[in-house]
Design a protein around this ligand. Structure first.
Ligand code: NAD
Length: 346
């Protein structure tokens, strides 16, 4: 947690962090939306306009081609080994920027300034970087911790509600891993009414849950796999959409992934089916209807590609109860298809 700064003065914090870097060593990465909405809030932080690269917006921006453009930009401006890249944006910007920085000259530092709820509670924290490749999500990547993460919920003021929902799914995941109290708070909250100030303590709590897990297992050899809860199915939904040229928000995929994996948890570990029902009511009440870009069979085939699989079957983290997770559950086709049917017929 020591590399995470919670603040309501992001520009001031960033300017303090950049003091140790010469002006010509300071670079920033944004996308068109965060350049328009968030960059002005960081005026005075000490990065010159000509050192800001505006990358492509959205999931297609998480490509090796964008990384090459970032490297070209850095090279053309003479970025040295002691340069710093400040990633100002959602998970796409922090993932692609973190990856580009981790390889440029064998690694320059980066600072994340997450501007979506999802990036604040999840993507910008924990050191996973990467890009999509050949239709597979996050297929190429590195572990590279940012020097600092500056979290200011003021950025969420301009974030569309659809994007808030995306981060909310990751908060629900953290709450499921943490315990009943945290989960109840989130299930009861009315996200559409929450102000950035009200979100601040919830964001902090969610980040704390992730940070504790990451600190115990930074490179995901064991307990960090718990954070993949909901993501095995979620990534298959996203990969299917990516391959079909359709848009599926990461958070929507995680929300339905959580439901499918809770269904598996009920079957395999006796997770409370009434709680699954309550959870399902919340998800179907606020997320768009489930419209996958592939059949259950095709989604299952995509899951077989998952990086976590080390033996026959598909590797899942499952829950006995909120706060009681079990990693490395290998499930077979006969177990997985009913879970996909369950979310299809909600
Ligand atoms: N590295 C990790 O540990 C990790 C964890 C979770 C998710 N991820 C990755 O994060 C990505 C999703 O992140 P995301 O949901 O933040 O997507 P995103 O970066 O695409 O941002 C969503 C949209 O919001 C816009 N936006 C960002 N901040 C804004 C603001 N303050 N005001 C207005 N618009 C704003 C962006 O331009 C974009 O259109 C996925 O690629 C996912 O794989 C990574």
């Amino acid at each position: 947690m020591e590399n995470i700064i919670f603040t309501s003065h992001a520009a001031k914090e960033l300017s303090r962090l950049l003091e140790r870097y010469a002006p010509q060593d300071r670079f920033a990465l944004t996308d068109p939306n965060t350049f328009r909405e968030c960059w002005p809030l960081l005026a005075g932080a000490g990065i010159a306009g000509e050192r800001v690269f505006v990358t492509e917006e959205g999931e297609t921006g998480k490509s090796i081609e964008q990384v090459v453009r970032i490297w070209e930009f850095l090279t053309e401006r003479g970025a040295r080994r002691n340069a710093v890249l400040v990633n100002i944006g959602g998970g796409v910007v922090t993932d692609v920027g973190g990856f580009a920085a981790s390889c440029y000259k064998r690694g320059i530092r980066c600072i994340n300034v997450p501007t979506t709820l999802l990036a604040q509670v999840d993507a910008s924290v924990g050191g996973k970087t990467g890009v999509n490749f050949r239709g597979l999500k996050n297929e190429i990547g590195t572990f590279a911790l940012p020097e600092k993460v500056v979290i200011d919920t003021v950025f969420l003021k301009t974030l569309p509600f659809r994007q808030l929902l995306s981060g909310y799914a990751e908060m629900l995941k953290h709450a499921l891993l943490s315990g009943r109290e945290c989960l109840d708070t989130l299930l009861k909250m009315e996200l559409h009414k929450a102000t950035p100030r009200q979100l601040a303590p919830l964001v902090r709590e969610s980040v704390q849950i992730k940070a504790v897990v990451v600190e115990n297992d930074p490179e995901e050899h064991g307990v960090r796999r718990a954070l993949n809860f909901g993501h095995t199915v979620g990534h298959a939904l996203e990969s299917a959409a990516l391959a079909a040229g359709k848009v599926w928000y990461h958070g929507d995929a995680v929300a339905y992934g959580l439901l499918a994996e809770l269904f598996l948890s009920v079957r395999k570990w006796g997770f409370d089916p009434l709680l699954l029902e309550e959870f399902a009511r919340k998800i179907t009440g606020i997320y768009p209807p489930y419209e996958p870009a592939a059949t259950p069979e095709a989604l299952y085939a995509l899951m077989l590609h998952d990086k976590k699989n080390e033996q026959e079957g598909v590797n899942f983290t499952l829950l006995r109860a909120p706060g009681e997770f079990v990693i490395d559950n290998y499930c077979n086709r006969e177990e997985i298809l009913p879970a996909l049917e369950y979310i299809t017929h909600l």
